[in-house]
Design a protein around this ligand. Sequence first.
Ligand code: PLP
Length: 287
Amino acid sequence: MTATSPSSKTGIEMLPVPMTETGPDMDVVEGRVSADPTIKGIWCVPKYSNPTGQVYSAKTVERLAGLATIAGAHFRIMWDNAYVVHDLDDDPPVLANVMDACRQQGTGDSVVQFASTSKVTWAGAGLSWMAGSTATLDRFRQRLQVATIGPDKVNQLRHVRFLGNLDGVRAHMRKHAAILRPKFEMVVRHLEEALADTGMGAWTNPRGGYFLSFDARPGLASTIITLAADAGVKLTPAGATFPYGRDPNNENIRLAPTFPELSELDQAMQVFVVCVQLASVRQRLGA
Ligand SMILES: Cc1ncc(COP(=O)(O)O)c(C=O)c1O
């Protein structure tokens, strides 16, 4: 969520919003938007949200679509659908159509949707998309035409030839899923075997996307990450997924199992759970 602030370099201040299993806590969002007219928009990763992996519910999508009716016509929802086709299962959860929800509430200009093939074909050499109302796209085109002479048409053709159509995209993503599913399962197996019912942490088991989210006991995320680094396992820095890198509870650790081979991941997860156990026991003992 953003609001203007003279204290930030860009003039945009980011405010973290608590996440629930159905997406951002909409009571908090609506409360803040009603109370503070300087709030201009909200950034959303609606499917397999980064880092928790949750998919926004239809009710959340509907309430987000209604924000411009509270905040006013200036309000923008940045719909960063980076994991739109990144399903692990053959029967993936369905994300409600935000533009339909906006049109029903007369807020079609408030949503800007985007996605890319960064995590489909080739990061850094993919295609990206933007969708919005005619007014939104017209405004964007006016700016884009002075920012770039034109798209990379050869790369567009490459993608069309490689992916073909939506069925081609789905078939391609099933190949990704075949590689990724065993990795996600490996992470969850280690967490369950070592930490289930210990009170040392809670984690998500997403049905897609690229991350699992682990919540340690409050105050322990940075300690666990340091312990793991000392043992040779590099994790995402504590707080990395929060605005300004500040996790108010210092408890969240994003686990990204996509890159390592299964055997490396097996070792890394053995180290990770031991670090969680060590840090938790030390905290309990006041050591
Ligand atoms: C949520 C989210 N949005 C956007 C991006 C970046 O997308 P792009 O590489 O197309 O700029 C990423 C990471 O790649 C992401 O995880």
